[in-house]
Write a protein that binds this ligand. Structure first.
Ligand code: ADP
Ligand code: MG
Length: 867
């Protein structure tokens, strides 16, 4: 047995091998040591008295699921090795095989999946300078591939897919410019495979075989060597781990990164699209507002739309039309949502069943979901937009539901090997077996009566237990009257137990019937499951339709409940939001009413908006609101505004100043600059850039200079500039309006009243030159003496005095005023020095050589300042 174990284990070196023995899965050697620790179960040993006992631990077969879950969640893989022949029939050692490897990216168990989140495994491959990326969720059948020459884009895409597991070719895994970033930033298991498994030719063959086609033309990826390489590697891994061909993977969807609005991972977090900054949960995020879907597949599609907003106006308009259709129809929506409630996760049910993992309860769930479709379709008939019409025939699905209804008991147990699944009347052979076991009861009662009669022992009983099977029990006092043909089996304190030939014969008939019944039920069940499997494509299509309907009507629901409007969209770079709101903040604030704001941007006069205003005025909120409204519009959703015209945007970049982002634990100036570099390098004239207090993480001069230079750069980017919203506390930046064509100043109005400030939260034209920091500090609860003192200091600084110097002055210790002067101009001390050296030059007394040398010196100084 150990030999068998070792030869199987050899093939799964990176998985924990669950080796089936009787009612347990056993683990040995290092696997046992590791698993006993993770699972907190006892480590024992086999052959205890040998010189080198084998460490071992085990989990009960029936409870295995919970243990597997814990191991997967801890990032391990589990290879499940079962007995593949009947132990009774086996000659010698029972044959065992690995029937499946469970890995974080290869999960079908509901307990391990979040209903509203896809569980992706992602593969990467390189072909020349192109990187291919493929992602797969076996629990739903979602399978996509893409490729690009842009390395940054690949990283963005990996973060967007957010896989639970990644497949890398050895060579990429060794690529120091690439892998460390992935390993640091993603919590996913990495599986490394040989490079050859990612090669185009072999991968293409695997895909053709999987899809049963002659070329990949139909999927639009015939010539995508890198993308196909990655997808083929996934198929290889699937067959290695699932030990079967997955019929439900019947197509791959090719996409291009340029088809969708890109919001890089950092910006997703800044904007709190699907996880809030504090805990990462959905609460207080855009997804939290939008995802009021009823079905699991609708929820997943909503999350997908959020990460992949469209760039092409046509599909966006189709969604708007569908939302508009449902907006006015409150009753229809209510009915629809009601009718969707009984629809279970058809996508995952279909996949599970087609992988042969579904049980009788899954079939019943499928049946009820299909039955519920009748109501769904009838409600949908009162909506007219195209996405509400299902154009495939559903008669086959209903026939399936009927079949399941006739065959499967609704109270079936979760295991499929112990009977109790198939209704009486469905199969004659089964009914016959059931009759035998039922008749058995009557027969026993008859036997008992007969034996009592012939022996005259009235307390004689016919009973059953697991050890002896059927027996006759007679109390001690009557053991004298027992007939000769009774064979004594057991003596108890007060009674004797016997068997007879007749009883033995009966027993084998009944027990056989029970065994046969279980086997037959399983066969019938599997044949029905196989018939369902044959209709997997129908199930998948209707699931997708339902998901879409759910999302679009949810958009309508959210739009009507929150007072959103249908936006216009344009490709001319015009962004105009009238009375817009922040969809999340408007829900979260308490005490005050949300003040809507209007904003206009274009690529002519209003391209770079500098927004000033004191802390807490609402700058960050306005900025984010513009980004969120843009994303919502490109998802096809209505938006929180009175009126909106949204410029189709290819990328949204956000940079949030260090102090605003403290909670994320990333306050270093370095991170800030890396992200700014990313913006400067990747923004186009179709992008939207949100800069919130950049430059805060360093000294005033550095910060201001960087902010200034970045603003200039974005204004001039590629000769056209890029739409930028720039919130800043550097009032100096308002000066840019006078210097650059397309810059405009705004501020968020506050009103001073009795030495306090009132936040009006209104965005108005023009800059500000006051920060009201002290008033804000008071609002924040800083004690009054500190506030008074800070006012004195402020007055002194504004008068051009260093506070200490001013005090010294008051104390009459002479004039240090000159030294204490605070220079808040635009020049840094170094620049000042350079200026001074220039001013002092006497050009008339200089030779050309002197001049050149001096110029060289100045340049070196100037460069050292920049560096
Ligand atoms: P800033 O970035 O200027 O410091 P924030 O945008 O962070 O200010 O806003 C601070 C708080 O003010 C927000 O948390 C919110 O509660 C409130 N707020 C912001 N904008 C509005 C608005 N338009 N209407 C009502 N309250 C708002
Ligand atoms: Mg802010």
């Amino acid at each position: 047995m150990m030999q068998q174990y070792l030869s199987i284990k050899e093939r799964y070196p990176d998985a924990l091998l669950f080796y089936r023995m009787g009612d347990f899965y056993e683990m040995f050697f290092e696997d046992a040591q590791l698993a006993s620790g993770v699972l907190e179960i006892t480590l024992t040993s086999r052959n205890k008295h040998d010189e080198s006992p084998v460490p071992m631990c085990g989990v009960p077969y029936r409870a295995a699921q919970a243990y597997i879950s814990r191991l997967i969640e801890s990032g391990y893989k589990v290879a499940i090795c079962d007995q593949v022949e009947d132990p009774k029939a086996a000659k010698g050692l029972v044959k065992r095989e690995v029937v499946r490897v469970v890995t974080p990216g290869m999960i079908v168990e509901d307990e391990l999946l979040d209903a509203k989140t896809n569980n992706f495994i992602l593969a990467l491959s390189r072909h020349q300078h192109i990187t291919g990326l493929a992602s797969l969720d076996i629990s739903t059948g979602a399978f996509r591939l893409t490729e690009t020459a842009d390395r940054n884009a690949i990283i963005d895409e990996i973060m967007r897919v957010a896989p639970r597991e990644m497949l890398l070719p050895e060579s990429l895994n060794a690529d120091a410019a690439f892998t460390p970033f992935i390993k640091e930033n993603l919590i996913s298991a990495i599986t490394v495979m040989e490079d050859r498994l990612f090669e185009f030719a072999g991968s293409r063959q695997r895909l053709l075989k999987q899809f049963d086609t002659l070329s990949l033309e139909g999927f639009g990826c015939e010539s995508m060597k890198a993308g196909v390489g990655a997808a083929g590697a996934l198929i290889h891994y699937v067959s290695e781990t699932q030990c079967q061909k997955l019929e439900h993977l019947s197509a791959v969807q090719t996409y291009f990164l340029g088809q969708f609005l890109v919001v890089d991972d950092q910006s997703c977090r800044n904007l709190e699209l699907s996880g809030n900054i504090r805990t990462g949960s959905r609460q207080g995020t855009l997804l939290g507002i939008l995802d009021q879907t009823v079905t699991a597949m609708g929820g997943r599609l909503m999350a997908h739309w959020l990460r992949y907003p469209q760039l092409d106006p046509a599909p966006i308009q189709v969604r708007f039309d569908a939302v508009a259709d449902a907006v006015g129809q409150m009753q229809t929506r209510r009915d629809l949502r009601e009718s969707l409630k009984p629809v279970r996760d058809l996508e995952r049910l279909g996949s599970k069943i087609s992988m042969g993992h579904g049980n009788a309860r899954d079939l019943t769930a499928l049946k009820r979901s299909i039955q519920a479709l009748t109501d769904v379709f009838s409600v949908l008939s009162s909506l007219s937009a195209a996405p509400y019409t299902y154009d495939r025939d559903t008669t086959k699905l209903h026939a399936l539901a009927d079949l399941i209804h006739r065959a499967i008991r609704e109270d079936a147990p979760p295991v499929i090997s112990e009977g109790g699944m198939i209704r009486e009347g469905y199969d004659n052979g089964l009914d016959e077996l059931i009759r035998i076991s039922k008749d058995g009861k009557g027969w026993l009662a008859e036997l008992e009566a007969k034996e009592r009669n012939t022996t005259g022992i009235n307390s004689l009983k016919v009973r059953y237990n697991k050890v002896f099977g059927y027996y006759i029990e007679v109390s001690r006092t009557h053991s004298e009257s027992v007939p000769d043909h009774y064979i004594r089996k057991q003596t108890l304190v007060n009674a004797e137990r016997y068997i007879t030939d007749e009883l033995k014969h009966f027993e084998s008939r009944v027990l056989n019937a029970a065994d046969q019944r279980n086997d037959l039920e399983m066969n019938i069940f599997v044949s029905i499951r196989d018939r369902v499997k044959a209709h997997h494509a129908d199930i998948r299509e209707v699931a997708r339709f339902i998901a879409r309907v759910d999302c679009l009507t949810t958009f309508a629901e959210v739009a009507q409940n929150n007072g959103y409007c249908r936006p216009k969209i344009n490709t001319e770079g015009i962004l105009e939001i009238r009375e817009g709101r922040h969809p999340v903040v408007e829900k979260l604030i308490t005490g005050e009413r949300f003040v809507p704001n209007s904003i206009v941007m274009d690529n002519l006069k209003n391209q770079v908006l500098i927004i000033t205003g004191p802390n807490m005025a609402g700058k960050s909120t306005v900025l984010r609101q513009v980004a969120l409204v843009t994303i919502m519009a490109q998802m096809g959703s209505f938006v929180p505004a009175e009126k909106a015209n949204i410029a189709i945007t290819d990328r949204i970049f956000t940079r949030v100043g260090a102090l605003d982002n403290l909670s994320a634990g990333q306050s270093t100036f370095m991170v800030e600059m890396q992200e700014t570099a990313n913006i400067v390098n990747n923004a186009t004239e179709k992008s939207l850039v949100i800069l919130d207090e950049i430059g805060r993480g360093t000294s005033t001069y550095d910060g201001l200079s960087i902010a200034w230079a970045v603003a200039e750069h974005l204004h001039d980017l590629n000769g056209t500039g890029t739409r930028t919203l720039f919130a800043t506390h550097y009032h100096e930046l308002t000066e840019l309006e006078n210097q650059l064509d397309r810059v405009k100043n705004y501020n968020i109005a506050v009103k001073e009243w009795n030495d306090e400030i009132i936040f009006l939260r209104k965005l108005v034209e023009g800059g500000t030159n006051r920060s009201y920091g002290i008033q804000v500090a008071r609002l924040a609860g800083i004690p009054e003496p500190v506030i008074r003192r800070s006012k004195v200091i402020l007055a002194q600084i504004e008068a051009g005095m260093h506070p200490r110097a001013a005090e010294n002055n008051e104390a009459g210790t002479g004039s240090k005023k000159r030294k204490g002067h605070i220079q808040l101009g635009l020049f840094s001390p170094m620049e000042r020095k350079l200026l001074e050296s220039l001013q002092m030059l006497d050009l008339s007394r200089m030779t050309p050589i002197d001049a050149l040398n001096l110029l060289n010196e100045l340049q070196i100084k100037a460069q050292s300042d920049v560096n």
